[in-house]
Write a protein that binds this ligand. Structure first.
Ligand SMILES: [Fe+2]
Length: 393
């Protein structure tokens, strides 16, 4: 590493040697003290130091030099060597001279004669210390900016990781929900179809894309609370006992309890908990009424019922679209939110809606199970409208 340097410019040889000796005695180790007899020689030394990429700490100049005086010399130094400390020594001190030099040469100190050697020593020591502190501050500031950039980058990575983790968690739970209903071929694909219908309703209501996505996820997970229920109840081929029916009715609350501890699902929990509420206040678990029912729950309630009506179950065939529309309109304001019904019917009656519905329909009706032919075969699905549905063949 190249040595830092200090330059003393004084035309008087005796004075120059005496000053150099004093300055060298107080300089930090490693500092080289250079001397010049004139401003021109001093500038030559400074240009040479700069070419060698050496740090110039301080330039001390005598005012009364022949040729270019010390004040003017330091003005040139100030213009061409930014950040260099500057001291002007004057044998014939004047206030005007001091003010001019301070304003135009960026002077750090003006020392008139007769100067006290201790004062010169103190000034140089203080200036060097001040410069050292300034450099240290600049380095600390630079380090701080680097750390800030690193921290910002780390926070960005952390946010991305959180986002990825949320995405994979949602996918895991969605897969779980799909796997849950895939155990029974008659309900397989139900949640995915409900999610598709719920998205159609949400879009038709003019909801923003972010909320449409949440409604779709609520629909996909709406029956996740059934995960802890016994298959013998869920797939019971006969009517449920009152106790079994009450047990099944806990699934919206159980689903909400499963997802509530996970921050990712904070916007989903209420929709899942209330997807069996009726618009007239006769549903469960909260007997909420009208718009007290979360919008996502009202949408999923309708989409759930629509899929229950139009898909073929062991105990009946799916209803035609026109009949399902009539039933939804009949139950509008009672079981279903009128705004949701209107929005859904509008999209179902459009060309695009018909296409979406056709794409969601099973390729062929499933074959009824042998056990379904037994007595009392019935729906365990509260999503279906309260109207009497035609029985299966
Ligand atoms: Fe449900």
């Amino acid at each position: 590493m190249s040595r830092p340097a200090m330059l003393l410019v004084d035309h008087d040889e005796a004075s120059r040697l005496q000053l150099k000796e004093r300055i060298a005695a107080i300089c930090p180790p490693g500092m080289e003290v250079l001397v010049a007899r004139s401003a021109e020689e001093g500038l030559g030394i400074l240009y040479s130091l700069r070419e060698q990429h050496r740090t110039i700490e301080l330039v001390i100049a005598m005012q009364g030099m022949p040729g270019i005086p010390g004040g003017r010399f330091l003005e040139i130094v100030n213009a061409q060597f930014a950040g260099v400390g500057k001291i002007l020594l004057s044998g014939k001190p004047s206030l005007d001279e001091a003010i001019y030099a301070i304003n135009n040469a960026g002077l750090d100190k003006y020392i008139p004669t007769p100067w006290d050697p201790e004062d010169v020593k103190f000034t140089i020591t203080a200036l060097l210390r001040q410069r050292e502190m300034k450099l240290l501050n600049e380095k600390l500031l630079s380090d701080l900016q680097v750390r800030n950039q690193q921290l910002t980058s780390a926070l960005g990575n952390l946010e991305q990781a959180r986002h990825d983790l949320e995405g994979s968690y949602i996918q895991t739970v969605e897969s779980l929900a799909i796997a849950l209903e895939a155990k029974d071929r008659y309900t397989a694909g139900h949640s995915q179809r409900v999610a598709k219908f719920a998205r159609l309703i949400a879009r038709s209501l003019g909801m923003p894309q972010g909320e449409v996505d949440i409604v779709g996820q609520v629909a996909l997970l709406h029956d996740i609370g059934k995960i802890g229920m016994l298959d013998k109840i869920l797939n019971k081929p006969a009517n449920l006992t009152p106790e079994e029916r009450e047990a099944i009715k806990t699934h919206p609350v159980v689903g909400a309890q499963i997802l509530a501890p996970v921050a990712t699902f904070s916007k989903h929990v209420e929709g899942i908990k209330h997807h069996h509420e009726m618009f007239d206040g006769t549903g469960y678990p909260g007997r909420l009424k009208g718009t007290d029912i979360p919008l996502s729950a009202r949408i999923v309630c309708l989409a759930d019922a629509f899929d229950a009506m139009t898909s073929t179950r062991p105990y009946r065939v799916g209803l035609p679209l026109e009949f399902a529309i009539q039933e939804m309109q009949k139950m509008s304001g009672r079981q279903f939110c009128p705004d949701c019904v209107e929005a859904f019917v509008r999209v179902l009656q459009s060309t695009a809606g018909a296409g979406e519905l056709a794409a969601s329909a099973p390729a062929a009706p499933p074959v009824p199970r042998a056990t379904d032919e037994g007595e009392g075969q019935a729906s365990h699905d509260d999503a279906e409208p309260r109207v009497q549905l035609p029985t299966g063949t």
